[in-house]
Design a protein around this ligand. Structure first.
Ligand code: V0D
Length: 249
């Protein structure tokens, strides 16, 4: 995008109504590569450049939390060579980006069943969590081996164990107790979900947390998604907020 166009768009984004938490399904990488006659892997690689661009834009406009759906519990069904390649990406990304992310004061977090990730992947992610835990800036939350139903099932299991052990009364279980047992911990619910690539579904992402989230879809594929699209999504979100602003709260 041209510098001028970006400045124009930035002026249209209200500084007062920036969403706190934006969730993104990074979808369409394989199709983007296929359209060019390239291997799917090339799409994932291009998707990583988009990730970098969107994180820097989110940081600039003052978003507090970005959650990126990087790998779902269903993605294990993909060909083993693709899964193997995907599992190298956290390490590759962090090797390239960790310095910049530290300069930006970014906190890296992860949600999902991390115990099932390959050892090297888990080590790279754990090191990043550790190295950024005392930062105070933008939180980048990666959903890895994440599934919304599995997360709720996990929470119910933990709560049941507390009940069985006499540590919790069934009558004391409410929405807050359930939310407290999800992977998202103290991360606020997303205000906005962005899903590129033309699919109009939630696909088992943050099921509980998205009860009131504004949904924004585009047919643009993730590797083609850029700051301009991102700022438009934020502007649309702000328009919706204003329209209902009078009767909300
Ligand atoms: C592929 C496009 C960064 C979407 C982006 C294992 C699909 C590139 C990470 C990453 C993936 C994860 C954790 C972390 C740091 C970086 C990543 C996966 C796929 C799945 F702490 N990109 N990325 N993880 N892609």
């Amino acid at each position: 995008m041209s510098k001028k166009k970006e400045e124009e768009l930035l002026k249209l984004v209200s500084e007062e109504e920036i969403p706190v938490h934006v969730a993104v399904i990074m979808d369409g990488n394989g199709r983007w590569a296929k359209n060019r006659g390239w291997p799917r892997i090339a799409g994932h690689k291009a998707g990583m450049d988009t990730l970098r661009e969107i994180i820097s834009c989110a940081d600039e406009i003052g978003i507090k939390v970005m959650t990126f759906f990087a790998f779902s519990t269903e993605n294990w069904k993909r060909p083993s060579w693709e899964v193997k390649y995907l599992m190298k990406l956290p390490e590759e990304y962090l090797q390239k980006e960790l310095n910049t992310l530290m300069e930006k004061n970014v906190v890296i977090k992860a949600i999902g069943d991390l115990s099932r990730l390959p050892r090297r992947t888990l080590k790279a992610v754990n090191d990043a969590l550790h190295n950024t835990k005392d930062n105070t800036g933008l939180v980048i939350n990666f959903a890895l081996n994440y599934g919304g139903r599995a997360e709720i099932v996990d929470a119910v299991r933990q709560i049941s164990q507390k009940v069985a052990a006499g540590k919790l009364e069934p009558d004391d279980i409410d929405a807050q107790v359930l939310a407290d047992h999800l992977y998202t911990g103290d991360i606020p619910d997303p205000d906005l979900l962005i899903r590129p690539s033309g699919e109009l579904r939630i696909s088992n992402f943050l099921l509980w947390q998205m009860a009131y989230t504004e949904l924004w879809f585009t047919r643009i594929l993730w590797p083609d998604f850029n700051r301009e699209h991102f700022l438009r999504a934020i502007m649309d979100y702000q328009r919706r907020e204003r329209r209902f602003g009078g009767i909300k709260k």
